[in-house]
Design a binder for this molecule. Structure first.
Ligand code: SIN
Length: 271
């Protein structure tokens, strides 16, 4: 393969990395990949011949695998979650802005998504940079948010159209995180509330929290903070859940889509 190169996807977020075979990634290439991931939020590598075993091996290079307790596991590879849309379904898993596992006390640091079966068009994933969005807030609002924490819950899985909440034992108590977190590697500040899992600010009622949370959900997903990843056969996408939120697009009705996802264990988040 040729030398590693990094191309930005948009001004705020995302990068494509070429010149790397993920089956044989060297230590220095892995270091560049991590650095790009932490600074750009999401990286995409194309044309990878990537088996489930290689997927697990790459995830373990980042850290311990954090198996999602709501997703259907891939048969024979229970560490991998299946993100499947059947042709007859009109909605998709992950079809709203969110950050994976924010309901956990130590949310997943990264997610690694591999395209296994793609529709003939559509099914792109959007990513929004929470560091760019944080920098775009007024100083006054940032100051207010910097003293706040918010509760996150896995309760939305109970309403899943995909029967993801079938196992009552999977649900856990809510977790509290700072509203503005500091990225553990880069020190950059990022907004850490999302529409799927955040319920309220600590010390505020849900009713009191709703207007400001809804303002934030709109503000942080403005187009200038986003990129759009078009999946092609052999694409592998890796994102940092502390830095980005993502959104799976439901625009391929009548066609199936299958992705394999591994989430990597993270740490408690600090302000
Ligand atoms: C997810 O929310 O992790 C799924 C993203 C996708 O299927 O594009």
């Amino acid at each position: 393969m040729s030398d590693l190169s990094v191309t930005r996807l948009t001004g705020a977020v995302g990068a494509e990395i070429s010149g790397v075979d993920l089956n044989r990634i060297s230590d220095s290439q892995f270091e560049t990949l991590c650095d790009t991931l932490f600074r750009r939020g999401v990286v995409v590598l194309r044309d990878q011949d990537f088996s489930p075993e290689a997927h697990i091996a790459l995830a373990e290079r980042f850290g311990e695998i954090d198996v999602n307790r709501f997703f259907t596991p891939v048969a024979a590879h229970p560490m991998i979650a299946e993100v499947r849309t059947r042709a007859e379904q009109n909605t998709v898993i992950g079809g709203t802005w969110h950050s994976d596992h924010s309901y956990d006390p130590e949310p997943a640091m990264a997610s690694i998504l591999v395209a296994r079966e793609l529709p003939p068009y559509g099914g792109d994933t959007l990513f929004a940079s929470m560091t760019a969005a944080c920098a775009g807030l007024s100083e006054g609002l940032r100051d207010t948010l910097s003293g706040l924490s918010a509760w996150h819950t896995d309760g939305s899985f109970a309403r899943s159209e995909f029967d993801m909440g079938k196992d009552a034992a999977a649900f856990r108590p809510p977790s509290l995180h700072p509203v503005l977190i500091r990225h553990p590697e880069t020190g950059e500040r990022a907004v850490y509330v999302n529409g799927d899992f955040t319920t309220r600010f600590d010390g505020w009622s849900e009713e009191e929290s709703r207007p400001l949370l809804e303002y934030l959900y709109r503000a942080v997903t403005q187009p200038q903070y986003c990129c759009r990843v078009r999946w092609t056969p052999g694409s592998v996408g890796i994102w940092d859940n502390r830095t980005v939120q993502h959104f799976a697009t439901a625009d391929y009705q009548g066609h199936a889509r299958l992705m394999h996802r591994i989430t990597v264990k993270g740490q408690a988040l600090e302000r």
